[in-house]
Design a protein around this ligand. Sequence first.
Ligand code: NAP
Length: 305
Amino acid sequence: MSARRLDGTAVAGAIRAELQAPIQAFLARAGRPPALSIVLVGDDPASHVYVSGKERAGQQAGLAVTVHRLPATVAADAILSLVERLNADAACDGILVQSPLPEATGLGRGHRVFDPAKDVDGLHPLNVGLLAQGRPALAPCTPSGIVELLEREGIGVAGEHVVVVGRSEIVGKPMAALMLARDATVTVCHSRTRNLPELTRQARILVSAVGRPGFITESMVRPGAVVVDVGTTPVADRQTIVELFGADSPRLASLETRGSTVVGDVHPAVKHVAGALSPVPGGVGPLTIAMLLRNTLSAAQSRLG
Ligand code: NAP
């Protein structure tokens, strides 16, 4: 068997196209585009790449995107006062603080200080609580994108056993809440889970958000299962790429050109056993960005009333 490819790029393109008319309608009503402010602290290369992608996508969609770049040495108070300013700014609809924040800031993800109405990452405790209650909320972009991917690929979740590997605030936990709200039977696994393969093999839909290249192997997947790969780990080591993809893989060329290549949690051989599989890259990543645009538009519309 070779798994059907779940094309996140195509689904994200469709979502972005659907946002065009409501963004134009907002512009006509408000006299300005929906506005997203991104706070980027420090010089983590992956964060810079992600923020550039979000900035570009936002601008292409017709949003006003402002990136506030702060040095890694910035004091926590300076970040907090920037967020307070953005909270008070009537022309700012959405705030995103790119994670990870440098540890020295001591802020974790810092979302408690956000105006929940501008929390486009869906991490403020109020939004987390609404999501847990199954009520409308700004929900985290990555799991919301996975919901869209499954729906638009015609994969029903009601009554199905969904196994989520990973319990982070930004992916695993909200993924479980969104699936539960859609009547799935949900199992959440993490680093302390015993007999992980026994659990993952029960999944009709398996979502992996661990951050370890090739972690989900063939023997962990039920034949015909839908497998969603959230992991994105930059790998710079040639030997790892050869072991995962083979010595003649185009991945090696990408590694040589860019110095690293992004690898998912799901081992490439899983395609022989899964029924459907989201690739990395081109799976969940583009959906995360599309949902950020959608959350920004929703926040802007709600604030306009
Ligand atoms: P995270 O906060 O580091 O969480 C990783 C989770 O994996 C934790 O819950 C951890 O368990 C669990 N885990 C670690 N080792 C495990 C093991 N041996 N067995 C079972 N579970 C294990 O990461 P995250 O922020 O959720 O991100 C996960 C991955 O998704 C990363 O590669 C990240 O780059 C990627 N990501 C991609 C997108 C996208 O748009 N494509 C968006 C967000 C994240 P404990 O809780 O017990 O430590």
